[in-house]
Design a protein around this ligand. Structure first.
Ligand SMILES: [Zn+2]
Length: 246
């Protein structure tokens, strides 16, 4: 082996060792709201608008049934869905908009892929994702966001610490309602209808052609029929793990 090649191999191996050491396991934090205790139960509905369009089946059902929700929007989605934003702003008692990032890039500060999506990859890129998401909301005249939820809802612990320093709470969840909007209507409805007092549900409001959206509506109506009430994240006390809210 030439000296150059030997040297190159040694450098490559030491770089691999460094990146492996820095690649701490990702976390998917959970979030609960304070249980109602004594009532029929209450839950928080959170809906992600990652990109794409608006699922008007869900938006109309929320308005018609007076179900409040916290909507996590990206800068990309805000640009393309002005009509939906208008409807949400026309019902400030129902909808609060929070930060889902500028470009829907996972808030992970080491280079890797999560569910096939390339992570931000560096602390500077995580910062840019969080701040551009907040700026996009401010640009539409929305109040400054208090919550951040990263694309894929997975984080490196160091990214969590950074986002908290920027002043945001991080929105985990306790019920994965629609499995990234890829589940069928029946399974989505079953998962949401099974929510318990204090749960935080995550689903998507940006996939109008997916069957899951129909299930979201069915599940929410089933909860409502059982006497559950719905609150938004900013209306109640919250408890997240992995240092996401305390
Ligand atoms: Zn998303």
């Amino acid at each position: 082996m030439h000296l150059f090649q030997k040297h190159f191999c040694a450098i490559a191996m030491s770089m691999w060792a460094v990146s492996a050491a820095h690649a701490a396991p990702l976390v998917e934090p959970t979030l609960h709201i304070k249980p109602e205790a004594g009532g029929s139960g209450r839950v928080a509905l959170t809906l992600d608008a990652c990109g794409g369009r608006t699922d008007t089946r869900i938006l109309s059902a929320l308005v018609e049934n007076r179900i409040p929700a916290t909507i996590f929007v990206t800068g990309i989605w805000l640009k393309r869905n002005a009509a939906a934003v208008e409807i949400m702003r026309a019902h400030p008692d129902l909808f609060e908009l929070e930060n889902h990032g500028g470009r829907h890039v996972p808030a992970v500060d080491t280079p890797r892929k999560i569910y096939g999506i390339r992570a931000a990859g560096s602390p500077a890129a995580v910062l840019a994702e969080v701040e551009s998401g907040a700026a996009a909301l401010a640009g539409t005249g929305e109040p400054a966001p208090k919550w951040f939820r990263g694309a894929t809802a997975e984080y490196s612990p160091s990214a969590i610490a950074m986002i908290r320093k920027l002043g945001f709470k991080i929105a985990g969840f306790s019920i994965n309602g629609d499995g990234g909007s890829l589940l069928g209507a029946k399974e989505t409805a079953r998962r949401i209808a099974a929510a318990k007092d204090g749960d935080v549900i995550i689903s998507h409001i940006n996939q109008p052609t997916h069957a899951a959206g129909e299930g979201v509506v069915q599940g929410l109506l089933a909860l409502k029929a059982k006497g559950f009430t719905f609150v938004r994240l900013n209306d109640v006390d919250n408890f997240g793990n992995d240092g996401t809210t305390d």
